[in-house]
Ligand binder design. Structure first.
Ligand code: BV8
Length: 236
């Protein structure tokens, strides 16, 4: 028997217990900022300083020594290292906690806050500190064109072809810590539910819970390690 081909989708809920805010919980990011002001290309064109400030503040959290991957990130990294079959982790998150936990077979479909993209030459480079109009592009040297390497609303998510192939081929789709509010990620379960088993691990029912074969509710740091342990006990 070949091991099931697995696709996992994560959202902000998996990083919540590391101390990063989600978007739509009552204390979430969209309770303090309007999407139209900070997370669209129009917002960046209208007021780049406001948008850069929004991402500089969130990027600064990534440098906080108290911020660590949690048991859910670590369990997925262990699965990545030990799973003998196909596996792809697709995250909507722009934090670097899956990377720091050690996940390798990983796609950041909404980009990464710790990277910047030059509007002049298109090169993506590491961005640990604040971005400003004075930040020079390390590739072409020009200033004034560095933006967060993040997919805003109205922009095409990254690696959608590779994602589509993985969804089409998968036998098991697991959605973790996402409200199912943002497309096209929220539509993935629709794409797979007729050919794959589908499982949702979330603190509470998401907008798409009814589309899953099985949903388990609770904190990711409890649900994800248990899920990975069962899977590895069966197959690895
Ligand atoms: C696009 C980066 C097209 C920025 C983000 C239909 C089809 C296609 C598009 C659309 C469509 N309908 C509408 C659209 C447009 C739009 C959209 O979906 N709008 C919504 C609001 C209706 N989509 C887009 O614009 C996308 N682009 O479609 O392009 C296109 C086509 C051709 C050519 C060009 C373009 C782009 C969307 C990406 C936007 N960027 N992020 C940033 O991060 O700053 S989206 C943002 O929302 C984040 O990426 C976030 O990850 C994502 C989803 O949010 P969640 O991760 O789910 O977080 P949320 O707070 O919502 O939920 C957290 C969950 O965790 C909750 O359920 C909670 O219960 C749970 N939880 C909390 N604590 C825990 C927990 N679970 C477990 N344990 C815990 N401890």
């Amino acid at each position: 028997m070949t091991p099931p081909r697995i696709v996992i989708l994560t959202g902000a809920g998996i990083s919540r217990e590391s101390g990063l805010h989600t978007f739509r919980d009552p204390d979430g990011i969209w309770a303090r900022h309007r999407i139209e002001d900070v997370a669209t290309p129009e917002a960046f064109a209208r007021n780049p300083a406001l948008v850069q400030g929004f991402y500089n503040a969130r990027r600064a959290q990534l440098r906080d020594p108290s911020l660590h991957p949690n048991a859910a990130h670590e369990a997925l990294a262990e699965l990545d290292a030990r799973w003998p079959g196909d596996l792809l982790l697709i995250t909507q998150n722009v934090d670097n906690l899956h990377d720091r936990a050690g996940s390798r077979r990983l796609i950041h479909m909404h980009g990464e806050m710790a990277k910047a993209r030059c509007l002049r030459c298109g090169v993506v480079s590491a961005a640990e500190g604040d971005l400003s109009p004075e930040t020079p592009c390390p590739a072409c040297g020009t200033t004034g064109g560095m933006r967060p390497h993040v997919v805003w609303f109205g922009e095409m998510p990254l690696e959608m072809e590779r994602i589509g192939e993985a969804l089409e081929a998968c036998d098991l789709f697991v959605s973790i810590g996402t409200s199912g509010a943002v497309y096209p990620a929220a539509g993935f379960v629709q794409e797979v539910r007729h050919h794959a088993d589908t499982l949702e691990l979330n603190l509470e029912p998401s907008e798409g819970s009814h589309l899953f074969d099985e949903t388990r509710h609770g904190p990711a740091t409890q649900l994800v390690p248990a899920f990975v342990k069962d899977l590895l006990a069966k197959w690895a």
